[in-house]
Design a protein around this ligand. Structure first.
Ligand code: ACO
Length: 363
């Protein structure tokens, strides 16, 4: 039995390859560095859905369809904005997506992708005592989210940075949330159920819940000279450093560098905050190498995600739901792929509990 399913192959996919030894990520034939930050999120989504969804996908077609989907989601989900107020942002999003039906659209992959920024922005505003802002179907997906959230047209650089982030995280092999989506899709439960399940898996700190805690860690460290002692004390206490380590990568996560260069660009060459984060990263990598010499533990995507989303001006409770805003493109592409196989995913377990007493062996 393989407790964490390490090394177990559960599907063939045409979507991405995560090469953990080389630290390489290939998305539909292209290295992540060649496309993320160079093509908009809509173009990456079109690449992922192309040949799998029932319609021909083009970047321009996806941009238009997502605009329409955002508008439809704003109308459908308006009754849920207020009830979501008492929930954290990720729980609110779970409620919002659960309020959709596959019957609402002939193309639920657009509807669910469009619904995420709409519901996040609207519920964040309602929580702050502000009125929700309707989507602009002509805007780019990332820019429209920032506009709906902040109530003003975002600066071009901030919209670019968020867009590059969404493109960078849109797909990543058989991670826990994608696996969840595929298991649910294999039961023919439909797109919405599979995405709601995937979102549940993403929420945990061992998967998508790490970037908020990365900033908590930077806050707790405070200054570069405190980094070494703080990190050592965490490791001595048996706690994990957020933003480091990965089940598959044995070297640096290639997405970390893509995101770091976007942060640098956003901050016009760097900032004190970035320099501090780099100092913490150096200390953490060195401490982890001493802590687990037999297991290479390096920076993962979440470390610079935290810096990027902070620089874009997002509250840390939005970090994980914004991850979902990008990853939903991969989830829905995997759902299409899984549905095509037609095969129910149904593994087995080894029973180690008590056995009934056999009547024939009883005295
Ligand atoms: N800090 C300290 N120790 C660590 C860390 C870390 N960040 N990551 C792994 N380790 C330790 C483990 O505790 C384990 O020690 P043990 O053998 O004494 O139990 C050892 O290193 C080996 O762990 P792995 O088997 O490689 O870890 P696993 O594959 O189970 O976990 C994970 C991967 C969950 C990402 C882990 O590295 C972690 O918890 N990191 C911190 C949280 C985080 O950054 N999550 C975001 C991941 S990226 C993403 O999902 C988008």
């Amino acid at each position: 039995m393989q407790a964490g399913l390490d090394g177990v192959v559960v599907a063939e996919t045409t979507l991405s390859e995560v090469d953990g030894a080389a630290g390489r990520l290939i998305l539909r034939g292209s290295p992540v560095e060649a496309i993320a930050g160079r093509e908009p999120f809509e173009s990456l989504a079109a690449r992922l859905w192309q040949g799998l969804s029932p319609i021909g996908e083009t970047p321009e077609g996806v941009r238009r369809a997502l605009g329409t989907a955002r508008r439809q989601a704003f109308e459908l989900l308006a009754p849920l904005f207020e009830p979501a107020k008492r929930l954290s942002a990720i729980e609110a999003l779970r409620l919002g997506l659960a309020g959709l039906s596959d019957a609402d659209s002939e193309t639920p992959h657009y509807l669910v992708t469009g619904a995420i920024p709409v519901f996040l922005a609207a519920t964040s505003r309602v929580k702050r005592g502000l009125a929700p802002i309707a989507p602009d179907p002509d805007a780019g997906h990332a820019a429209d989210f920032l506009r709906m959230l902040h109530g003003r047209t975002p600066e071009e650089e901030a919209a670019y940075a968020l867009d590059a982030y969404l493109a960078t995280v849109c797909e990543h092999g058989m991670n826990a949330s994608t696996f969840t989506a595929r298991v649910i899709a294999s039961t023919q439960a439909g797109t919405i159920a599979a995405v709601v399940g995937a979102l549940g898996a993403l929420k945990g700190p061992l998967h998508g819940g790490a970037p908020g805690p990365v900033l908590d860690m930077l806050d707790a460290i405070g200054t570069p000279e405190r980094a070494a002692d703080w990190i050592q004390a965490e490791l001595d206490a048996g706690r994990r450093l957020m933003g480091f380590g990965h089940r598959i990568y044995r070297v640096r996560d290639p997405r970390a560098d893509v995101l770091k260069s976007v942060v640098r660009r956003l901050q016009r060459g760097g900032s004190e905050r970035l320099a501090f984060a780099e100092a913490v990263e150096r200390e953490a990598r060195a401490a982890l190498a001493r802590h687990k010499p037999e297991r290479p533990l390096d920076t993962n995507v979440e470390f610079y995600t935290a810096l990027l989303l902070e620089a874009v001006g997002l509250d840390r409770e939005l970090f994980t739901p914004v991850f979902a805003m990008g990853r939903v493109a991969g989830w829905t592409a995997h759902i299409f792929e899984q549905e095509r196989t037609g095969r129910l995913m149904r593994p087995q377990s080894t029973y180690v509990g008590p056995r009934p007493v056999d009547a024939t062996t009883r005295a």
